[in-house]
Every structure is written in C-alpha cells, then in structure tokens.
Design a binder for this molecule. Structure first.
Ligand SMILES: [Mg+2]
Length: 387
C-alpha cells in the first residue's frame, strides 16, 4: 500500500500578492484580466472574493458585475514562479520522491516513512507549518493510497486543511461526492454522466463495469476504477510538466494576419523560454484559434523533439496559415507544447548547429533573467507572407 501526499497551495497567486502588499489581507482580491477591458478571465481569487460567487476561469466581466469593489490585479507571474520554486525546495528537503503537478501543486511519495515520522498526519502538519514559517504561504494537504485520492482529499478542507483517507476507506470517502469531483471530469463528461443518471461517485461504483465502459469507452473504465478509489500509485518526478501553453486574448478582435502572426511569434518565444528553463524539449506543437463568434479550433502537429524558437515558430505558422480559413476577426490565439521530455545533448552530438543555437538561447535566457523579458528579442526570419 502506497502513501501519497498532495500538497496544494491555497489561493496561491493571491497569497503571493499579499506577501508583496500586506494591505490586501482580508480583502476580495482578484488576479486576472483587466475588468475595464472586459476580456479574459480570473486566474485566481481570494476566499473573500469567492463569497461573492467568484471562481477561477470566470469571465472577468461577470466577476466585475458580482464584485465591483474587489481589488483587481494583473499579477506578478515571475514572483509566482519564484515562490513555487522555493516551496519545491522546502519539500525536497523532506520528501524522498516529489512530482510537481502544476505551479502550486506537488505530489510526494512517503510510502514506508510512517515509522520515521511518527504519523502521516503530523508530518503533513509539519510540512504546512514549515512552508508557512519560511514563506508565509498557506497550503492544504491530502493523504491517500494513490494520486487521485490524495488530490481529492487536499481539496476537502481548504484553506490550511489536512485530510487523511485511511487505506481501505477510499470508496466510502468518495461515495457521496458529485461525479465532477474526480479530476478530469469536465463539462462534457459531466453532462454525459448526468444524462445517464450518474450524479454521485457512488452511482458509478455501483454500475457494472461492462455496462459503464460500453457507455463511456476507455475513459469509462478509468473513471470506474477511480470511483472504486483506485488510481495511479507511482510518481514520475522527471516529467513534472505535461505541457506548456500561452494564450493571448485581444482587447479588440483582430482581422489582420500580420498582427496575429506577430502575437504567435511572441507566444512562441515565451513558451520556448519556459521549455528551456526546465531543460525540456517538445515534439507536439499545437495552436488554438478562437474567432469573434467564439468558434474555436485547436490543431497540433508532431515534429522531432526541439526547444528551438525557430522550429517551433515555423510549425506554428504552418498550422495557423492552414487553419485560419474564415474571414472573421480573431478573439484569442494560443500556442501549446506537449509531449515534453528532458533535453539530451547526446542525441544531437553531431548536430553542431543545434548545440550552437541552444547555447545562444541559454545566453538569451540569462540576459532576460537579468534585465527582463523585453530586453532582448531573438530574430527569427519570418517565412514569406503568402507561403
Ligand atoms: Mg492551489
């Protein structure tokens, strides 16, 4: 039996903003798009703001209507990364195996450590207190026999909560929870589940596997397993990031291709820098395109692993030109990199050019770290316009 911890920082972006500006304490704080512009969504909001019905991913316009007296901030994203790294460093001191799932979420495997630490509950409390003492960041911890249970548990007692699901009690723990509590059940799956009469996780667990998987296919089988309290028990510390993406919502919808391609160029520079910062390369490159009428399409292409702006931009441009077919203004554009793996110089030992470019980008990245992102722009020849 494994023992997995899931540590989730509470209202992370807001907590960091409160370290930067302590007068924000106790107030409804919203990090995200500019409400005056009226486009975009909430990235994070404080518990005080949630009392007005606000939640992350809510359109900023709606948030402003519900909570006009809230404090709206753009956010200090570099600070978030810095604090995230600091939390990881603390956890690395105590956890034998750690997997960072997102900027504010960490899985740790403490299997077999119970004797060492007295009780898991006490240990979770110790980690929480250490992060609070050293960084003033509140967090919640879930403890369970697999990743799914630990993640659901960490959300049960927020903020500053600890939930330990005793081994063997997983099914009972989940039984009365709504099906959308299971990570990965989005709007579409939820609608399908509800349409077939599945509202509580217990409803799924009661259904015969054969019936359930014939309704929902392979993801049905996974869901059914999760409803029985089973899930992934092993962490993959080397591959903490599954994807990197960046999106841009225009203040005013854009019809000019040149402007959109420039935006794509900027997005590519940023995601590729993120990639190199983590020593990763990508092989699946995707774009997201949303028109003014909200019709949205995503397209992806797989190429040889790379972390090079030029290669990524060429693919992005190809995808964009092939799929931007409607004569309708564009509202949002995004770049998505997935199939991430660690960069190994070995593979390209004979490709001097690749190594040379990688070294150049390392220099660019360190300049940017020192003088700010806008201090340097990497010149990538833009392929001719009517390609
Ligand atoms: Mg969080």
């Amino acid at each position: 039996m494994r023992t997995i911890f899931h540590l989730d920082l509470d209202a992370f972006f807001v907590s960091v903003e409160r370290i930067i500006d302590p007068t924000l304490e106790g107030k409804p704080v919203i990090v995200g798009a500019d409400p005056k512009q009226g486009r975009g969504v909430i990235s994070a909001c404080s518990y005080e703001a949630r009392r007005y019905g606000l939640h992350s991913a809510m359109p900023i316009k709606m948030a402003y209507r519900l909570c006009p007296n809230g404090i709206y901030l753009h956010g200090h994203y570099q600070e978030y990364c810095r604090y995230s790294e600091a939390v990881k460093n603390i956890l690395c001191r105590y956890a034998p195996v750690i997997e960072q799932a997102s900027i504010d979420e960490f899985y740790m495997d403490f299997t077999g450590c119970e004797k060492l630490y007295g009780s898991f509950f006490m240990y979770a409390s110790f980690l929480q207190k250490t992060i609070w003492k050293e960084l003033s960041l509140p967090s919640s911890v879930g403890i369970g026999s697999n990743k799914t249970i630990a993640k659901i548990a960490s959300d049960c007692m927020k903020p500053k909560g600890i939930t330990y699901v005793i081994p063997g009690m997983e099914e009972e723990f989940l039984r009365r929870m709504p099906v959308e509590t299971i990570p990965g059940v989005g709007k579409v799956t939820l609608r399908d589940l509800n349409a077939k009469g599945f509202y509580k996780i217990g409803d799924i667990a009661k259904a015969p596997l054969q019936y359930f998987s014939s309704c929902f296919g392979q993801c049905g089988t996974d869901l059914w397993e999760k409803a029985h309290g089973r899930g992934i028990e092993f962490l993959s510390p080397g591959h903490d990031r599954k994807s990197i993406s960046k999106e841009h919502t225009y203040g005013q919808d854009v019809i000019d291709r040149k402007i959109i391609e420039q935006t794509l160029f900027n997005l590519v520079s940023k995601v590729c820098q993120g990639l190199r910062d983590e020593g990763l390369q990508t092989s699946t490159i995707g774009i997201k395109l949303r028109y003014t009428d909200f019709i949205t399409l995503t397209r992806a292409k797989t190429i040889r692993p790379t972390s090079d702006d030029k290669e990524v931009y060429e693919t992005v441009l190809q995808l964009f030109r092939k799929n931007h077919t409607r004569r309708v203004a564009v509202r949002l554009i995004g770049v998505h990199l997935s199939k991430l793996e660690e960069f190994s110089e070995q593979e390209f030992i004979f490709e001097d050019e690749k190594i040379r470019r990688k070294k150049m980008f390392q220099a660019v990245d360190s300049l940017r770290a020192k003088y700010g992102y806008a201090s340097i722009n990497v010149g990538v020849a833009q392929p001719s316009k009517n390609a």
